[in-house]
Design a protein around this ligand. Structure first.
Ligand code: ZN
Length: 358
């Protein structure tokens, strides 16, 4: 009996080979907290998430009616010789909630939409509709920074080795090496003398290489002419990589960008991401100031809650009472879980430094 009890108190893993695991065998005590540590890439996630949790999930799904199973993702069993005494697993991982800069505490908690609705109904001067107060909508966003609130500039020094010609490898950025696809577009464009050192370029040639906006060109591929699109280095890198969160880029791109990239708050919108019409729309806070939606979103949630619920403020209006109540409930629940210090404009990607890796 004791023997049996001991057996079921232990999860046996034999010969796990998922991803980079090399025939790993181990026993894990049940009903205990087990911590897996190790350097990034050592296989922690492969063992915990992709082997143990994956099989547990698969077994759990098999207990459901066939009809229900047809709606579930069909997973093959993980590559392992034996897994014994597994329990049902609940996976709580720490992957970031929405890594891009358009995702904020306000957008992920559904409070931003309610706040826009309130401002669009109560604010003066009036805006045509709630989306005119959104930095994720063409109607509301600041055109200068495209609703990001930050303008980034690239230091050209990191992109070029001016002492070299194009065919000597003057283009330093990853993906632009001699004979790469991007290089072939540049060299095949007919715009440049491939043997001329960048330092000797005329102002026009330099502009073409660095800043030329997208244009249609014909390039020679073998003996054939082919239609293609040419674009200067800076607009190209901006379009391909700077619109994304740096943390989501491949390491070689991130490492190339970090030393040459400077980001500054957008001067046009003061970092608020919104255009002038959106910023002009204000609601009286009941304490001698008329707030716009950017200022409201910059307040800590507990302060904002105080403003929204203040009697005699512009928000204290019977016509919009249900929206106000809904917003108050959401804000209160943020306060209740201890997040009252956050502001709605805080980017959600800054909330957790940890990510699932290994
Ligand atoms: Zn701006």
């Amino acid at each position: 009996m004791a023997q049996e009890k001991q057996e079921t108190d232990t999860i046996h893993v034999r010969g796990a080979r998922v991803n980079n695991l090399q025939n790993i065998s181990l026993d894990l005590p049940k009903k205990k907290i087990t911590v897996f540590t190790g350097v990034s890439g050592s296989g922690k996630s492969s063992l915990v998430f992709d082997t143990l949790a994956a099989e547990s999930q698969r077994l759990l799904n098999e207990t459901l009616p066939t009809f229900v199973q047809t709606f579930l993702p069909r997973q093959p069993p993980p590559d392992v010789d034996a897994l014994e005494n597994l329990s049902a697993a609940i996976i709580v991982d720490q992957s970031r909630i929405g890594g891009n800069s358009r995702s904020t505490v306000g957008t992920v908690s559904d409070t931003a939409a309610l706040l826009r609705l309130l401002f669009s109904r109560l604010g003066k001067p009036a805006v045509p509709r709630p989306s005119a107060l959104s930095f994720n909508d063409p109607l509301g966003l600041c055109k200068a920074c495209d609703g990001i609130g930050v303008v980034s500039s690239l230091d050209v020094k990191g992109l070029l080795d001016e002492s070299k010609s194009l065919e000597e490898g003057a283009l330093l950025f990853p993906g632009f090496a001699v004979d790469s696809w991007f290089y072939n577009i540049i060299s095949g464009s007919g715009f440049f003398d491939l043997k001329k050192k960048i330092a000797d370029y005329s102002a026009d040639e330099r502009h073409k290489l660095l800043h030329e906006p997208e244009c249609k060109i014909k390039i020679k591929v073998g003996s054939k002419m082919m239609g293609s699109t040419y674009e200067g280095l800076i607009p190209k890198i901006r379009r391909l990589y700077l619109s994304k969160n740096l943390d989501d880029l491949q390491a070689n791109l991130r490492n190339a960008l970090e030393p040459i990239l400077t980001r500054e708050p957008c001067a046009e919108c003061g970092g608020t991401r919104l255009n002038a019409a959106a910023l002009a729309c204000r609601v009286d806070d009941g304490a001698g100031h008329a707030l716009n939606i950017a200022e409201a979103s910059a307040l800590a949630v507990d302060e904002l809650l105080g403003v929204i619920t203040r009697e005699k403020s512009g928000f204290d209006n019977a016509a919009t009472a249900p929206v106000r109540q809904a917003l108050v409930r959401r804000l209160q629940s943020l306060v209740d879980i201890g997040l009252g210090y956050l502001s709605l404009d805080r980017e959600s990607s800054t909330l957790s430094g940890a990510s699932r890796s290994g």
